[in-house]
Design a protein around this ligand. Structure first.
Ligand code: C2E
Ligand code: CA
Ligand code: CA
Ligand code: CA
Length: 377
């Protein structure tokens, strides 16, 4: 499949360039056809050598490497290519096309401009995705989700300063890591994200009505929810409707949110901030985190990932932790350490002046009702 940003304006001209490029590498074994739109089918006959097949794939990708000029505009195009083999992958034409399609979508998922061979796991994954998709659809229409709440504790006073809301399926034992990822892939994360927001705000109302001292709830916001362009309006309306102050809702994002539409994301976060919502950068210390990020991101807090916190007690890593925390403080950011399970870690984090801790040492995530019991400190 051809990925061109300007496809609408230049559609046919881009296609001509593609056709010319493919013609160029064409040989007697190779047949080309256009499946429709920007999708093409390349059939290579009688080639069993994987290296040779790969060479074809590389050549096809190569066609698009250079920028091209169309009507004096520079444009960039790329291709995503899925490869499947007859008869080892399947001996049915329709299945083969589906295989190639699955592999092609995988390429698109992980960054385009590349090729990938189909493998049987892709079918298993697809089945799993469909299965989880059904469960999620049922859960959203039939009240099948719930939130549990994990306290966040002030390192100095030992008191609960707020909770993180974590989603659960009521009737299935599937980890949120798994079903949230599925929801991100099938788009349901948007609906689920709104449900979480509404439910957390309702919980604040419940605490209020019971006369408990209200504490902020942090909710997780997936990068894919940026597609929900009316989210902020929805959040604002829900708060208003339920008469809940903005300061009681905090939003946790991960760095992956900055991967794609960087500027758009910063605009979005600034709008949230302007509204008065605090933003925490979750899973800090995994992935691409770079400390320099912190100087320009509109966040209020960082959450040190469990994997990082687990290493802190080893002598050689203590300095790293101290530095991260003091750098964050110098940028006016608060720091929460996540996944704290033992007392030694807690003591050391206190020395490092880490503001908050969250972890099994203090409490696992608890049911809404249970949260009220540990509430009073
Ligand atoms: P996360 O946001 O990093 O959440 C922290 C995870 O660490 C939670 O797992 C929590 O139960 C677990 N945890 C907390 N303290 C400890 C500890 O001391 N030891 C250990 N071993 N684990 C601890 P959980 O609830 O399974 O959630 C997993 C992930 O699923 C979350 O990671 C988050 O990325 C995602 N998730 C959960 N709820 C939501 C949601 O409502 N919306 C979105 N978009 N994602 C969510
Ligand atoms: Ca396309
Ligand atoms: Ca989180
Ligand atoms: Ca985390």
């Amino acid at each position: 499949e051809i990925n061109d940003t300007l496809g609408h304006t230049y559609g046919d001209k881009v296609l001509k360039k593609v056709a010319r490029g493919l013609k160029h590498i064409r040989d007697e074994k190779m047949f080309l056809s256009r499946l429709g739109g920007d999708e093409f089918l390349v059939l290579i006959e009688g080639e069993e050598d994987i290296i040779e097949i790969e060479n074809y794939a590389k050549k096809i990708i190569q066609i698009f490497k250079d920028k091209c000029m169309i009507e004096s505009d520079e444009i960039y195009i790329s291709a995503s290519l899925g490869v499947t083999r007859y008869p080892s992958d399947s001996n049915e034409v329709s299945q083969l096309i589906m295989n190639a399609d699955m592999a092609m979508y995988k390429v698109k998922d992980i960054g385009k401009n590349n090729y990938m061979f189909f493998n049987k796991e892709m079918i298993e994954n697809l089945k799993e995705q469909i299965h989880i998709g059904k469960i999620l659809r049922e859960a959203i229409t039939e009240d099948g989700f719930k939130l549990v709440y994990q306290p966040q504790v002030c390192t100095y006073t030992g008191k609960i300063i707020g909770f993180e809301a974590l989603i659960r399926l009521k009737n299935h034992n599937i980890s949120p890591d798994v079903f949230i990822e599925a929801a991100e892939e099938n788009g349901m994360i948007i609906e689920i994200g709104r449900w979480v927001t509404k439910e957390a705000i309702s919980q604040i109302v419940t605490w209020k009505n019971k006369g408990l001292p209200v504490k902020p709830i942090a909710i997780n916001f997936s990068a894919k929810q940026l597609k929900d362009t009316n989210y902020i309006a929805f959040l604002e309306n829900t708060l208003k409707e339920k008469n809940v102050e903005v300061k009681y809702i905090e939003i946790e994002i991960t760095e992956s949110i900055f991967l794609d539409e960087k500027e758009e994301t910063i605009v979005f976060l600034n709008r949230l901030k302007k509204l008065g919502i605090k933003i925490a950068l979750d899973d800090f210390g995994t992935g691409y985190s770079s400390l320099s990020y912190l100087t320009f991101l509109p966040v209020d807090k960082i959450k040190l990932d469990k994997s990082l916190c687990d290493k802190f007690l080893e002598i050689e890593n203590i300095a790293v932790m101290d530095n991260i925390i003091s750098l964050a403080h110098s940028l006016n950011l608060e720091v929460t350490a996540e996944g704290i399970e033992d007392m030694e870690q807690y003591k050391r984090l206190k020395v490092a002046k880490c503001n908050y801790i969250q972890g099994y040492l203090f409490s696992k995530p608890v049911e809404a009702l249970e949260s009220e019991k540990i509430y009073g400190d």
